[in-house]
Design a protein around this ligand. Structure first.
Ligand SMILES: Cc1ncc(COP(=O)(O)O)c(C=O)c1O
Length: 236
C-alpha cells in the first residue's frame, strides 16, 4: 500500500498529492513545548552555566551526542563516534557541500527539490542534476544513470515527507536505492527532518538503515534550532 495520500480524479487518471491548508494563525498555535524548553534552560543555567555558554569540542557536547546515539541505536545502529552536533540543518547542508564539492562537480537532488539545500549547495558552484519524483519515490532508471553514469559526488534526498512534494518513498524504492548506493562510488545524503512526525506515531524507514557506510544522515531538532548528523566513511 502506498504511504502517500492522493486525491484521485473520478476517471482515476489524475492523482494529486493531498496537502493541508494551514490557517493563517497556525504559527501562533501552542505546538511548541515552550514551558518544557524554559524549564530545561533554567536547569542548565542553574547547574552548569559556564559549560553551557562556553565553546565546546568541535563534535559537540558529549552527553548530548550519547543521548542521541542511544535514542537512535535501534532505528539506525547509530554510534556516538559517528555523530556531529550542528546549528540547524543549514549548517549541516553547508558542511557537507564544503567537504564534497568543488566548482563544476556534479550533485544529485530530487525534482522538485528542497530550496534550503539548493541554496546551500549553490554556494560551491556545482552542476545540479535532478531525478524526477514519482508517486512512490525517485525514478529509479534516472537515479541509476546519475549514480553510475554521471558519478555525482553525492545525492541529497528526503525520503520521508519530502519537501517540496510531501511524498514518502515506498519501502521497495528505499531498498532499491540502498542497493544501488552500496555498489557505487557515491553517497546518499539523507535528510530525515520529518521521519518521526507521522500521525500514526511510527517512524518511517531510512535508507541509512540499509545502505550503511554509503549513507550520511541529517536530523534536525526543531525547537532549539540545533541538529545532528551522522558522518559517512569516505572510501579512499
Ligand atoms: C527538508 C528539510 N530539512 C531540514 C529542515 C530544517 O531546517 P532548519 O534546521 O533550518 O529549521 C527543513 C525545514 O523546513 C526541511 O524542510
Amino acid at each position: 500500500m502506498p504511504q502517500n495520500h492522493f486525491l484521485t480524479s473520478s476517471s482515476g487518471s489524475l492523482q494529486i498529492p493531498l496537502s493541508f491548508h494551514l490557517p493563517a494563525d497556525f504559527l501562533r498555535l501552542p505546538l511548541i513545548d515552550t514551558e518544557g524548553i524554559m524549564k530545561a534552560t533554567c536547569q542548565v543555567m542553574e547547574e552548569d552555566p559556564v559549560t553551557a555558554l562556553q565553546h565546546t569540542t568541535t563534535e559537540g557536547y558529549l552527553p548530548l551526542r550519547e543521548f542521541i546515539a542511544d535514542r537512535y541505536s535501534c532505528r539506525l545502529g547509530a554510534t556516538v563516534g559517528e555523530s556531529q552536533i550542528v546549528n540547524g540543518s543549514q549548517q549541516c547542508l553547508d558542511l557537507f557541500a564544503k567537504i564534497f564539492l568543488n566548482p563544476g562537480d556534479h550533485v544529485g537532488i530530487e525534482r522538485p527539490g528542497y530550496l534550503g539545500a539548493i541554496e546551500a549547495f549553490s554556494l560551491y558552484e556545482p552542476v545540479i542534476d535532478t531525478v524526477p519524483l514519482e508517486e512512490d519515490g525517485p525514478n529509479l532508471a534516472v537515479f541509476e544513470r546519475l549514480i553510475h553514469g554521471t558519478m555525482v559526488k553525492f545525492f541529497y534526498g528526503i525520503p520521508n515527507s519530502q519537501n517540496h512534494s510531501g511524498l514518502t518513498y515506498l519501502q521497495e524504492k528505499t531498498l532499491a536505492i540502498a542497493e544501488m548506493i552500496e555498489g557505487s562510488n557515491t553517497v546518499f545524503f539523507e535528510d530525515d527532518a520529518f521521519g518521526e512526525l507521522f500521525v500514526d506515531g511510527s517512524p518511517r524507514s531510512l535508507i541509512k538503515r540499509y545502505a550503511g557506510a554509503e549513507c550520511a544522515l541529517l536530523f534536525v531538532l526543531k525547537d532549539y534550532r540545533a541538529g545532528y548528523a551522522y558522518q559517512v566513511d569516505i572510501r579512499t
